[in-house]
Design a protein around this ligand. Structure first.
Ligand SMILES: [Zn+2]
Length: 408
C-alpha cells in the first residue's frame, strides 16, 4: 500500500497508533479534533464534576487522586485546574526517567512549591535501568520503553497502595493524535491500552531472555498491578482531555506566564514547552522514531498547530523539513556519556536502525540556519516563549536534582 498523507494535517496513512481517512482524505485525528470546538464543554465539565462526586462518595483519609507529573509546563496547568478549580486533594507522582534536563528538575521543584503539593518520586536502580535502556534499544529499537513502563505503572501502583480511588492522566495520546476515540466515549486508562499504545506490545518479561543480561528482579518495579487487584479496588484512570478542550500549547503558555513554569529551546523542534524535561526525547528517541515511522515529534506538534489553526499547512511542511534535518549532536553526546558508549557507537545504533526502514532519504542531516526559512515560518517559531537557556547547554543528565541551590 502506498503511503498517503492527510489533506489537512501532516500525518501519514501508516501512523503507528492506527489512523483512518475519510473520502476527502482527512484523517481521523483531524475529524476528532473538531469536537474541541463543537462539543458543549461546559456540560462535559459538569459530567466530570458528577463523576468525581460519585467516585469520592467513599471519602479516603488522605488523597482524592493520584496525578502523574513531569517537569514540563502543561502539568502546572493541570495541577492548578485539579487543585484550584476542582478542589481535589492531589498526590503528585513522578517516575524518574533519569534523562532529566536541568529545566525539568527545576520545573518539578517549582510545581511542588507553587501548589504546596504532596509529591512522591521513584527512581529505579540506575545500573539496572541503564541495562534496560540498552536492551530496549537493541531488542526493540526504542530508548524510552523503560521510562514509559515506569511512568504508566507507578501512579496506578501508588493509588492501589494508598487506597486512592482514581488516577487522573492529562490526555489519551492516541485520541489526541489520531482520533482513535471520540471524547464522548470517555475512554479510561487500562492495561490493554498501556500494552498496545504505551508499551508498543512489549511487556517487562520480554526483556528477560536467556541471552540477555536482564534478570527478573530488575523489571519488577515496571510491572502493572494484576487484574484481580485492580478490579477489587475499583480504581479508575480518567483522562482530563475528555472533559476539557485540551490544548497543550495554550496551557503551557498560561503556566509560563502565570505559574512560574520554565520553557526552553529544544533540539529538532520549535515547541519550547514540549518534553523540555527530557534530554533524550528530541535526541536519540526522535531519530529512532523517524527511522521506524517516517515522522518526528515535530510532526506531532505541527499537526496540533494546524488543527488549532495556528499555522498553515505549507508553512508546517517547511518547518517539518527544517527541524527533521537537524542532527541533535549534543543530545547524542550526552546520551553516549550516560550509557557508556562513544559517539561512533551511538551513530552505529542509529544507522543500524535506519537500514531498510522508512527513513526519508531526501532529508539531509545538517543543522540548517534559520535564515533559509520563510517569514511566516520564522515568526511562528518566534511565537513560542522561552525563559531559560536552550537544553543543549546542559552538561549531563540530572539524576535527582542537585539540592536546594538548584532553584536559586
Ligand atoms: Zn489530519
Amino acid at each position: 500500500m502506498t503511503r498517503s498523507r492527510c489533506t489537512r494535517c501532516l500525518y501519514w496513512s501508516d501512523h503507528p497508533l492506527g489512523i483512518t481517512f475519510d473520502d476527502d482524505g482527512v484523517c481521523s485525528g483531524c475529524r476528532t479534533h473538531i469536537e474541541k470546538t463543537t462539543l458543549d464543554w461546559d456540560a462535559r465539565l459538569s459530567m466530570l464534576d458528577s463523576r468525581l462526586g460519585r467516585l469520592l462518595r467513599r471519602r479516603t483519609p488522605d488523597y482524592d487522586c493520584v496525578v502523574p507529573v513531569r517537569g514540563t509546563p502543561e502539568y502546572f496547568y493541570e495541577i492548578e485546574f485539579l487543585t484550584q478549580r476542582l478542589g481535589l486533594r492531589v498526590l503528585a507522582v513522578n517516575y524518574n526517567s533519569q534523562f532529566n534536563s536541568a529545566v525539568g528538575i527545576r520545573n518539578l521543584a517549582r510545581l511542588r512549591d507553587r501548589f504546596d503539593l504532596d509529591f512522591m518520586g521513584y527512581t529505579s536502580n540506575p545500573v539496572s535501568y541503564r541495562k534496560l535502556v540498552r536492551e530496549s534499544i537493541l531488542q526493540f529499537g526504542t530508548v524510552r520503553w523503560p521510562a514509559l513502563a515506569g511512568e504508566t505503572q507507578l501512579p496506578v501502583r501508588v493509588a492501589l497502595e494508598r487506597r486512592v480511588p482514581m488516577v487522573i492522566w492529562p490526555f489519551h495520546q492516541p485520541t489526541e493524535m489520531v482520533g482513535t476515540h471520540s471524547y464522548t466515549e470517555e475512554v479510561e486508562m487500562s492495561r490493554a491500552s498501556r500494552h498496545s499504545f504505551d508499551l508498543m506490545g512489549v511487556e517487562p518479561g520480554d526483556f528477560v531472555t536467556h541471552r540477555g543480561l536482564v534478570q527478573d528482579y530488575e523489571v519488577e518495579d515496571l510491572l502493572y498491578p494484576g487484574d484481580g487487584e485492580l478490579h477489587r479496588s475499583g480504581l479508575v484512570g480518567l483522562y482530563l482531555a475528555n472533559y476539557l478542550p485540551w490544548d497543550s500549547r495554550r496551557y503551557a503558555e498560561h503556566a509560563v506566564d502565570e505559574l512560574g513554569a520554565i520553557a526552553a529551546r529544544n533540539s529538532r523542534t520549535f515547541d519550547t514547552y514540549d518534553r523540555v524535561d527530557d534530554l533524550v526525547y528530541m535526541g536519540l528517541h526522535d531519530l529512532l522514531k523517524v527511522a521506524k515511522y517516517g515522522y518526528g515529534r515535530v510532526t506531532d506538534s505541527l499537526c496540533r498547530e494546524i488543527r488549532f489553526g495556528r499555522v498553515d499547512r505549507a508553512t508546517a511542511i517547511e518547518l517539518e523539513a527544517h527541524f527533521l534535518a537537524e542532527y541533535p549532536r549534543r543530545l547524542l553526546e550526552l546520551f553516549g556519556d550516560w550509557i557508556g558508549a562513544n559517539e561512533a557507537a551511538v551513530d552505529w545504533i542509529i544507522n543500524w536502525e535506519m537500514n531498510g526502514r522508512l527513513f526519508p532519504t531526501d532529508v539531509e542531516w545538517a543543522a540548517q540556519p534559520d535564515d533559509h526559512l520563510s517569514a511566516p515560518a520564522r515568526s511562528f517559531i518566534a511565537s513560542f516563549m522561552t525563559n531559560a537557556d536552550p537544553l543543549v547547554m546542559d552538561s549531563s543528565f540530572t539524576l535527582i536534582g542537585k539540592g536546594l541551590a538548584l532553584d536559586e
